[in-house]
Write a protein that binds this ligand. Structure first.
Ligand code: M6R
Length: 609
């Protein structure tokens, strides 16, 4: 999510740090900062805003030093502000750290440290790490890092500086990227290759649990027990643009492949270790408060709206509260019947979509309680809503939303489980079953992404079609909506999603020989009926691509082709079934030579009505 750089050598650190950070800024960040060691002290300069704001701040006041770290922040804990920007230090300023990721247990650690007399300046989880370093300093920098790593839980890449032991940077990672660049008499650290390729192409990638001690002439890697690890050095041969995309041809594809991580980050800290409860520490609802809510409105646009449609099924089926889903631009003008007994949930990746923001204001004006589900901390929607739940998808650059959607689905599922748990409409056994399944999702998605050849073939074969249809019932219908939008948006193929049972009420007239029809059949409760609808289109000579769960032989008998998702719970199927639809859209767009990341007429953030 955030960008990290580190330098140690004979040259001034700041020019490299700023240059490296600018190479990471393409993802869009909200604040930036640097820390440089000089003559026994670490000087920190940081501020909210783009990197340019930091550059202006440093103009004529460039801290000197040949060892430093830098950070571009994408806020997770604590809104974007000067004080929440990284690097963070302990109270003495001797231990400084930059961090990418989420420290899951930071609140407990912070309270312990406060009880020991530590004072915190920021709202971040990261500041806790710097204070832990000073509290538990053993007289040995490396040992202390290991000790602190034993205390923190979550996902991170971290780079540490210690004024007591200059001449070395220590870095480590868990579930977040970190690379080391090797130079002559200088070495580099970065969260992403683009930050260092102007300086060196000799790199190695850090693996989870590894701790690297980086001096100007040496890099020493070990595990937490001190066992040395030898790393394979490789030469990066990508150009700068390819490096920004992590070697992927497009940001969209990169973001599709980031989904396992986005899911892991989003579920982090929200599933009880005992697997029997969902935890939303950011929500302070009580069962009594929830009893007062007799209706939920979900309001959003585009892909986020489609996540809302899935959310309706989840909440109604699990929490047994009636839900209406509205397109934000319609909501405001339809005189919705909404009051203090209603909860309005708005969903927005960017947190800046004007239609959604205005709908949120309207719901508030009418007295409803409001909750935002968004990916951008401190965004307008996050600020406007009474409560916020963040998706931790990381910056999404491609116009076509992918990882934001799947994390929104995950949040909607977790929210419905949470509400159901408070309202006593779900058994502990069922919660456990779902939580165990949710934990498996990132790995299952990862496996699906390793095997996309079949999807590429279908995309090439049917990419020249001018129309396509997506059918499904229940949750499959909700996912079909997103599949059709993805295909339209980037390949410009006319695509429609229909509730499978609705087709015969008019649209069946459009089903002619050779038209591709994607039929989702993952929902056991409506499976037989979906197969009947499949047969209706088959009888009109459509080409049917079925999407079903592994082992579904019946689907294979009826469809022309089948794409299987791993066997999973019916509520988890949407999180997996959308993967082949995203990839079909992506490869169809490639076949047609479309500009995948910047489709015609569209913008990433829609701030006009
Ligand atoms: O940032 P938001 O989630 O509020 O954006 C809403 C839509 O504009 C967005 O999802 C749009 O539909 C995407 N381009 C779809 O891929």
């Amino acid at each position: 999510m955030c960008g990290i750089v580190g330098y140690i050598g004979d040259k001034q650190a700041i020019p490299f740090l700023l240059d490296g950070m600018s190479k990471l800024e393409y993802r869009g960040y909200d604040s930036a900062g640097v820390a440089v060691y000089n003559k026994g002290k670490i000087c920190i300069e940081k501020c909210v805003g783009r990197l340019e704001a930091l550059k202006q701040k440093l103009k004529g006041n460039m801290p000197e030093g040949t060892m430093g770290i830098g950070h571009t922040r994408w806020a997770t804990h604590g809104r974007p502000s000067d004080v929440n920007s990284h690097p963070h230090a302990d109270s003495s300023g001797e231990f400084v750290v930059v961090h990418n990721g989420i420290i899951e247990n930071y609140l407990g650690l912070k309270q312990d440290l406060q009880a020991k007399g530590h004072t915190f300046l920021s709202e971040t989880d990261t500041e806790v790490v710097a204070h832990l370093m000073s509290e538990y300093y053993t007289g040995d920098f490396e040992d202390t890092v290991k000790k602190v790593l034993g205390m923190i839980e979550g996902s991170y890449s971290l780079v540490f500086m210690c004024a007591k032991e200059p001449g070395k940077l220590i870095c480590t990672k868990k579930s977040n990227p970190l690379v080391i660049g090797l130079g002559n008499g200088e070495n580099f650290i970065a969260s992403d290759i683009p930050a260092i390729i102007a300086k060196t192409r000799r790199t190695f990638i850090m693996s989870d649990g590894e701790i690297a001690t980086v001096t100007k002439d040496n890099v020493w890697v070990q595990d937490i027990n001190g066992t040395p690890i030898s790393k394979k050095i490789f030469e990066v041969n990508w150009n700068a643009e390819a490096a920004e995309k992590g070697g992927f041809e497009h940001f969209m594809l990169k973001e599709i492949y980031e989904q396992p991580k986005a899911m892991r980050d989003t579920m982090l800290g929200r599933l009880a270790k005992t697997n029997d409860a969902v935890v939303f520490s950011e929500l302070n609802w009580t069962p009594e408060e929830l009893k007062g809510i007799n209706k939920i409105f979900i309001v959003a646009c585009g892909t986020a709206y489609h996540a809302g449609v899935v959310g309706k099924y989840y909440i109604e089926q699990m929490a047994r509260i009636s839900v209406e889903v509205d397109i934000a631009s319609e909501f405001r003008y339809r005189l919705p019947i909404i009051d203090g007994n209603c909860l309005c949930i708005v969903i927005s990746q960017s947190g800046e979509t004007i239609d959604t923001l205005e709908a949120l204001k309207e719901a508030k004006r009418l007295g409803a309680r409001t909750l935002a589900v968004t990916n951008v901390v401190g965004s307008s929607i996050a600020r406007e809503a009474d409560q916020v739940v963040y998706t931790y998808a990381g910056p999404e650059i491609a116009v076509a939303s992918t990882k934001a959607y799947t994390t929104q689905l995950l949040i909607m599922l977790l929210l419905s489980m949470y509400i159901a748990q408070l309202r006593n409409t779900v058994t502990v056994d069922r919660l456990q079953e779902l939580i165990v399944g949710i934990r498996e999702i990132p790995e299952q998605i990862h496996k699906m992404l390793e095997n996309v050849e079949q999807i590429k073939i279908f995309a090439t074969k049917y990419g020249s079609s001018e129309d396509a249809f997506f059918l499904g019932r229940s949750l499959d219908y909700a996912v079909a909506l997103e599949g059709a939008l993805k295909l339209k948006e980037i390949s410009y193929i006319h695509a429609e999603a229909y509730a499978a049972g609705e087709l015969k009420h008019g649209t069946l007239a459009l089903i002619v020989e050779g038209v591709p029809v994607i039929v989702l059949a993952t929902q056991p409760d409506v499976y037989e009926k979906t197969i009947s609808n499949l047969q209706e289109v088959k009888a009109r000579d459509a080409v049917v691509i079925g999407i079903g769960m592994e082992g579904d032989k019946k689907l294979a008998q009826h469809a022309d082709h089948v794409i299987y998702i791993p066997k999973t719970d019916k509520y988890l199927a949407p999180l997996e079934a959308v993967l082949p639809l995203q990839l079909l859209a992506y490869y169809a767009a490639l076949t047609r030579g479309c500009d995948v990341d910047k489709p015609r007429n569209l913008a990433k953030s829609v701030t006009v009505e």
